[in-house]
Each structure stands twice: as structure tokens, then as C-alpha cells.
Design a protein around this ligand. Structure first.
Ligand code: 5GP
Ligand code: ZN
Length: 137
């Protein structure tokens, strides 16, 4: 399969591994957006968050705090972003992954959210809740 992360898992490609268990693998992101930038992936080829089963999510997310703590102790960041890009145009590798991005003062990393506080009415909030809850499966 033409997937970079599967190649890493199959040892056809090198990676700087920091953690591995039966279901999950973690390694340093090649770009090191910030010092310690790490990726956590399932060993199974799963494209994106929409395809994760509950058990996959549990296996992946249960190692996130452990790795986050290791990054904190190792590099003393001021904080950490935990991010997952899913589907085009945001996702560039189509094997699900979580980025752990330690943050440092003036690191230049741009990750921001838009603040629309005050722009959503109570009716709109309730409509959002109704729609999302209807689609929870
Ligand atoms: P995405 O853009 O899908 O959220 O993230 C994919 C990440 O995979 C990028 O941060 C990119 O630097 C990383 N990446 C792509 N190819 C390789 C590789 O061959 N080795 C490693 N370690 N990381 C890679
Ligand atoms: Zn893959």
C-alpha cells in the first residue's frame, strides 16, 4: 500500500520511534514544527477519524497523556497542542494521526481558532445541538 506511515510501520522507511505497543506507534514528525513534535498513529491503516472504531480511539488516546507528560518533562514547553487534521485539504497523510506539538515562547507556530463569541443566538445554539444529537450514531 502506498502509505508513508504503513511503510514506517513495516520498517521499509526509517522513523525516530519514541513509543510502541501492540496497537499504537509514536515517532517524531520529520518537520519538527517545534522541538519534540510527535505523531501518534494506529498500527492498522485507518484513513481518518471517521473510520476509527471505538477500540481504535481508546487504544490511541490512552497513550496521549503518557507521551504528553514525557514531552513536558523532556523539553519544559509552555504548553502543548494536540491536533488531528482530517480529510482534504487539511490532511496530507491519509493514515490517521494525532500531532503532539509542544509549544514554546515565540515559537512562531500558527495554530489558532476564530473567536465568534456573541455571534450565535440561543436559537442557533439549540438548532446546532438538535442536529448534532440527531446524527450521533
Ligand atoms: P497532516 O498534514 O496529515 O496533518 O500531517 C502529516 C505529518 O506527517 C506532517 O506533519 C509531516 O511532516 C509528517 N510526515 C510526512 N512524511 C513523513 C515521514 O516520512 N516521516 C515522518 N517522521 N513524518 C512525516
Ligand atoms: Zn497507512
Amino acid at each position: 500500500m502506498d502509505c508513508i506511515f504503513c511503510k514506517i510501520l513495516n520498517k521499509e522507511m526509517f522513523s525516530y520511534k519514541i513509543y510502541e505497543d501492540e496497537n499504537v506507534y509514536a515517532f517524531l514528525d520529520i518537520t519538527q514544527g517545534t522541538k519534540g513534535h510527535t505523531l501518534v498513529i494506529p498500527k492498522e491503516h485507518i484513513k481518518n477519524v471517521y473510520e476509527l472504531r471505538d477500540v481504535d480511539a481508546a487504544n490511541i488516546f490512552k497513550v496521549i497523556p503518557k507521551i504528553a507528560r514525557a514531552l513536558k518533562v523532556s523539553f519544559d514547553p509552555i504548553g502543548i497542542n494536540i491536533v488531528s487534521n482530517n480529510e482534504l485539504p487539511l490532511q496530507s497523510v491519509f493514515h490517521f494521526h494525532i500531532h503532539l506539538i509542544p509549544r514554546y515562547k515565540n515559537d512562531g507556530m500558527e495554530l489558532s481558532t476564530i473567536n465568534n463569541y456573541g455571534n450565535t443566538s440561543d436559537k442557533e445554539f439549540n438548532n446546532l445541538v438538535t442536529l448534532i444529537k440527531k446524527n450521533l450514531m
